[in-house]
Design a binder for this molecule. Structure first.
Ligand SMILES: *[C@@H]1O[C@H](CO)[C@@H](O)[C@H](O)[C@H]1NC(C)=O
Ligand SMILES: *[C@@H]1O[C@H](CO)[C@@H](O)[C@H](O)[C@H]1NC(C)=O
Ligand SMILES: *[C@@H]1O[C@H](CO)[C@@H](O)[C@H](O)[C@H]1NC(C)=O
Ligand SMILES: *[C@@H]1O[C@H](CO)[C@@H](O)[C@H](O)[C@H]1NC(C)=O
Ligand SMILES: *[C@@H]1O[C@H](CO)[C@@H](O)[C@H](O)[C@H]1NC(C)=O
Length: 269
């Protein structure tokens, strides 16, 4: 399936996706000119920091991270200095025999990963798609993820383009791309949520993403979110004994296959 999907069309949509995600937005790249050529930090072009979050919709630690930790970047000024990239796939994998996607937490997770992938790629606007992701993950925490469609009306966001993306096969292609990307992370992802700041994976330090972002951000203007940080302490232990709960790759107890993806909407009908 993956080989088949790596056709011209897929590569094309991959490039489009990359362009839309990375090439259009950077609004802070151009710095104001600096008369007098003062050789201090003010001559540094502030470059946004890349924050990538590899996750799956129904892993409790992902839901908690998205709602209780990462959501805070929208309340302070951190969102202005990052390119936030959400990658909903996590510990899912392909069954190469019958071309199905198998999600760690079952069928519903495959649906919600795909819906979120569609929201990201249809809307592009992080404020919109994060609102939907947040809403779905909030419901997941409460054990009410099957009410996910209520998020559209409660947020005032249009449901149709997202369901279209889901139903017309675009969602499955996006999932294939996210699956490919996740499988090729270096070092390999071993659990979710898996957080990467620029090219540095945070491992079990993922809750300290703000510290990593602030350390990576080169500008003379220090964001408020960075001013209020505790001393920059970054734990040295990685992978072993995460301090925070995570979902490990391969610990699925109840895998459900999904084929074809279209069949699923009936499930929530
Ligand atoms: C993969 O698909 C084949 C054919 O449908 C099936 O027999 C097999 O059990 C599947 N593997 C997993 C891990 O679900
Ligand atoms: C599928 O739906 C999305 C969202 O409305 C749209 O952007 C895309 O062009 C559609 N693709 C196809 C193949 O119809
Ligand atoms: C952030 O991601 C973009 C797009 O992939 C890349 O061009 C840029 O170099 C990255 N920035 C850093 C600091 O890694
Ligand atoms: C930060 O690290 C320093 C030296 O490693 C240590 O002395 C200090 O207590 C740590 N602070 C916090 C808040 O953990
Ligand atoms: C697997 O999931 C199905 C459907 O959600 C459920 O009925 C079943 O009890 C689960 N099995 C186990 C072993 O958890």
């Amino acid at each position: 399936m993956l080989t088949k999907m790596a056709s011209g069309k897929l590569v094309f949509s991959f490039i489009i996706t990359l362009m839309l995600i990375f090439l259009l937005p950077p609004s802070h790249v151009v710095s104001h000119s600096n008369p007098g050529d003062i050789k201090d930090s003010s001559s540094i072009n502030p470059q946004k920091v890349n924050l990538s979050v590899y996750y799956e919709a129904l892993c409790p630690s992902c839901a908690n991270f998205i709602v209780k930790s990462l959501g805070r970047v929208f309340n302070d000024d951190l969102i202005n200095i990052i390119n936030l990239r959400m990658v909903p796939w996590g510990n899912a994998h392909f069954n190469k025999t019958d071309s199905t996607v198998i999600c760690q937490n079952g069928l519903d997770e495959c649906v919600l990963n795909t819906i979120q992938a569609c929201a990201i790629n249809v809307w592009h606007d992080v404020n919109k798609y994060y609102a939907l992701i947040y809403c779905i993950e909030f419901l997941a925490i409460e054990g009410r993820h099957s009410n996910w469609q209520s998020c559209f009306s409660s947020l005032g966001l249009p449901e149709k383009p997202i369901l279209d993306c889901y139903n017309n096969g675009t969602g499955a292609k996006l999932q294939a791309l996210y699956g490919y990307e996740t499988a090729h992370l270096s070092p390999p992802q071993t659990f979710v949520p898996w957080v990467v700041v620029d090219s540095k994976q945070l491992g079990n330090d993922y809750e300290k993403f703000t510290t990593y972002i602030c350390n990576a951000y080169k500008s003379n203007v220090i964001p408020n979110a960075c001013k209020s940080l505790p001393p920059n302490n970054v734990s040295s232990s990685k992978e072993e004994n995460p301090i925070h709960p995570v979902c490990y790759r391969g610990e699925a107890k109840n895998m459900t296959s999904l084929a074809p993806i279209k069949r699923i909407l009936v499930h929530f009908g």
